[in-house]
Design a binder for this molecule. Structure first.
Ligand code: 5GP
Ligand code: ZN
Length: 115
């Protein structure tokens, strides 16, 4: 837990969020500023700054996040039509919250291009 981290504070319940899914290892909540009809942030409860901070000791957080993404896709109704998962890694890629998180985007027809 990092005291000044927005997502750690959401995990602790200090900041309200619209929760979509939660289990022992992961929380998922709606993005406050959605970029698509479905825009959910899937976040490991363990504070890890970014994908670049993954290592041999903490890499096990990734598997439950991926399972949670499948659950979120089911719950939000985009599992069949498809969805996009984005991880911004570092300020140069637009990461603004330094707690590893996966954007799950869907509910709109998306093209093949990422950028
Ligand atoms: P990043 O740019 O770091 O990949 O994504 C951070 C995301 O967190 C942004 O899409 C932003 O809208 C969202 N966000 C920032 N603060 C809050 C908050 O307090 N609550 C929620 N639900 N989302 C937030
Ligand atoms: Zn955090």
């Amino acid at each position: 837990m990092a005291d000044n981290c927005i997502f750690c504070r959401i995990i602790k319940g200090e900041i309200p969020s619209t929760k979509v899914y939660e289990d022992e290892n992961v929380i998922a909540f709606k993005d406050i500023n959605p970029a698509a009809p479905v825009h959910v942030l899937v976040v490991p409860k363990q504070h890890i700054d970014s994908l670049e901070a993954l290592n041999e000791e903490n890499i096990q957080v990734v598997a439950p996040v991926h399972k949670a993404i499948q659950e979120v896709a089911k719950i939000t109704g985009v599992a069949e039509q498809g969805y996009r998962v984005i991880v911004n890694c570092g300020p140069g890629a637009g990461q603004t919250v330094m707690h590893l998180h996966y954007h799950v985007l869907g509910g709109v027809k998306m093209g093949e291009k990422i950028l």
